[in-house]
Ligand binder design. Structure first.
Ligand SMILES: Nc1ncnc2c1ncn2[C@@H]1O[C@H](COP(=O)(O)OP(=O)(O)OP(=O)(O)O)[C@@H](O)[C@H]1O
Ligand SMILES: [Mg+2]
Length: 363
């Protein structure tokens, strides 16, 4: 697999308006987006995020500087070559732009017409994607009969259906609740990890930032910070979102994150088993897990967990055996913290042990 950047901008500047009222909105941007990465672009309204994204997607002509996508320069690219290039890019816009007269399924199928995928296969891919995004029961509805979040998910499915090499997404989770937002970004995360693809995503959603490999902050047309997030940082961001650890300082969260080990898991892996003793705390970084409770000889799925969610704390706090079995669904990454480190982390917040007793023992 090549490690050449998926996107490279060199000295990229951009202007709006005619000569009298010409305003510069992007200033000399030099950015490389590495294969395999999920890059988050944040910044205040009007800072130039959408302008940069549309330039990277060959939706707007380059005025000054260079953009190279998948090794090809956009300068001078026209006609069929430009169309071919756009086929390798999936877009998810701030405002969904589905065809109102077509159903969800037809909107997706329409997008596959540009690809070489045989029609039967295309139809199956479309169906599977819509189901994966929780739209199985809405496949034959038109956009007007879908909620804002459902339309947004159709738009996400449409961007993924041809397996483009690059996805550019402008606030793809803005209209989504927490669960569907995480589902969408998890799909994008998995997508980025495959075969040297990349995702560049504009978002202000703090729940998602922990999933990024890199966070770029843009202000007034310039990249003012560009952080490659290492495992410790992404873990401490995820820990911060957990109520158990919310009272710890950034330095303390970093200490805890450093003690965690992260590893990939595969579909069906059992992390904890109901009735066994607890010796670990688990934080899902990527992928999903099902919480299964066996009662009166019957198994029941009590919850499905996504990235940033955790389990295994109860047995560590109460000393009781595991009250559920937790199984990995699909491929993902999990971070683990030993019982001893977990208890030390809790002890960092002085009054926490007392509060936990109240919560978990009801006293
Ligand atoms: N077609 C246009 N004509 C003139 N000015 C424009 C045009 N599109 C954007 N701008 C201006 O360029 C600047 C950058 O806009 P852009 O849409 O890239 O910002 P953004 O960071 O995506 O903001 P938001 O978070 O609100 O979506 C803004 O000042 C905007 O007013
Ligand atoms: Mg924008």
């Amino acid at each position: 697999m090549s490690s050449a950047p998926v996107i490279r901008t060199q000295g990229l500047s951009h202007f709006f308006g005619d000569e009298a009222s010409r305003a510069q909105v992007l200033f000399d941007l030099n950015v490389d987006i590495d294969p395999g990465s999920l890059v988050i672009l944040t910044g205040p309204s009007g800072s130039g995020k959408t302008t940069l994204l549309t330039l990277m997607g060959a939706m707007r002509s380059v005025q000054q500087g260079q953009i190279t996508i998948l090794g090809k320069s956009l300068s001078g690219l026209q006609g069929a070559a430009l169309t071919q290039m756009r086929r390798d890019i999936g877009f998810i816009f701030q405002m969904h732009n589905l065809f109102d007269s077509l159903t969800a399924m037809q909107n997706l199928i329409m997008a596959t017409h540009m690809s070489d995928i045989p029609p039967d296969q295309a139809r199956r891919n479309c169906q599977a994607l819509l189901e994966r995004l929780g739209l199985g029961h809405r496949i034959h509805h038109k956009p007007a009969a879908l909620s804002g979040g459902q339309r947004q998910r159709v738009a996400v499915a449409r961007a993924l259906v041809n397996s483009p090499r690059l996805i550019l997404a402008d606030e793809p989770t803005a209209a989504l609740d927490q669960k569907s937002g995480l589902e969408v970004v998890t799909m994008l995360r998995e997508f980025a990890a495959q075969d040297g693809r990349a995702v560049v995503m504009v978002t202000h959603d703090n729940r998602i930032i922990g999933l990024a490999d890199r966070i770029m902050n843009m202000v007034d047309g310039r990249i003012v910070s560009d952080v490659r997030v290492n495992v410790t940082v992404s873990l401490s961001l995820a820990l911060r979102g957990i109520d158990l650890f919310a009272r710890l300082s950034t330095a303390e969260l970093t200490q805890v994150a450093e003690k965690m080990t992260a590893r990939p898991f595969t579909d069906g892996e059992v992390f904890v088993r109901q009735g066994e003793d607890g010796d670990m705390f688990y934080l899902l970084q990527d992928g999903q897990a099902e919480v299964v409770i066996r009662e009166n000889g019957q198994d029941r799925i009590a919850a499905t967990l996504g990235p940033g969610q955790y389990f295994g704390e109860r047995a560590l706090i109460t000393g009781e055996t595991r009250n559920a079995t937790v199984i990995g669904r699909g491929a993902g990454r999990i971070a683990l913290l030993s019982k001893e480190e977990f208890q030390q982390a809790l002890n960092l917040a002085p009054d926490l042990p007392e509060q936990l007793k109240r919560i978990y023992f009801g006293r």
